[in-house]
Design a protein around this ligand. Sequence first.
Ligand code: FE2
Ligand code: FE2
Length: 280
Amino acid sequence: MNIVIDSHRAVSYQTYPLLLYGSIQEDCLDFLSLPPYVSVFQERKQIDDLFSLLETVRFPIPVLQSLDYFKQRDLFTYTHVLMVFALSTLLAKDLIPDDQERTRLSATGPTHDIGKICVPLHILKKTTPLTKTERNFLEHHAAAGYVLLSYYYKDFRYLACTVALDHHERRDGSGYPRGVPLNDPLTEIIAVSDIYDALIMPRPYRSSAYDHRTALEEITEMAKQNKVGWDVVKALIAHRRKSRPSYKEITISAERRGTPPAYNVHDVLEDETDPKDKTL
Ligand SMILES: [Fe+2]
Ligand SMILES: [Fe+2]
């Protein structure tokens, strides 16, 4: 893997401002002004802050072109990466006091799933349970994203690279691709934004999206199991409360009242019959 990352190091990619590229800014505004995000970003100032923070962010051209690919071929992923970018920036405002750190984090949202460019589209869009082989292909996107971004940024220590690699890791080591404990607070903000968006937005593999309450209950459950940290979960919950309390004041009810969608094959694996058996 390091040979791929180290090769071609002499050539620098031209960069371009994210918000001026294609229809990124308009698409973000559209997604944020529609349900379910219109109830998360209720104030125009939150959106203005989001864009002003990002004005200086530039991406290498091939990274921006990956967003074109998703927009044309896989709208779920395109919408997802933009909303993870928006949501993580909102949460970082509460959790990360340093402006430069926040800008660094915000620039990782749009690229955290870039490795999905290596996953066949029929797997990304499958509406029935994945086979174990297909699940492996899908989970490969984390390592693939790390390699691609390390190559484009010429530095595997760049935050976007480690976020791409580790955004499916969990505090208790139960995640993938390496199964190592997630202990970086910046990556954890992307991880929780990733989970929340995946729950509240439509997905091919289930009948409907989770409502906000049920989604928050799912993530609270993950915090109870020490898969994600409490602060980021509380920051998310604080944004759903009308009084907009500080995340430090949030107390969480143990009661579960939400109803998950009836058809959801996200964690279900299809039986994989040995191909030899099929000929019998
Ligand atoms: Fe991912
Ligand atoms: Fe994601």
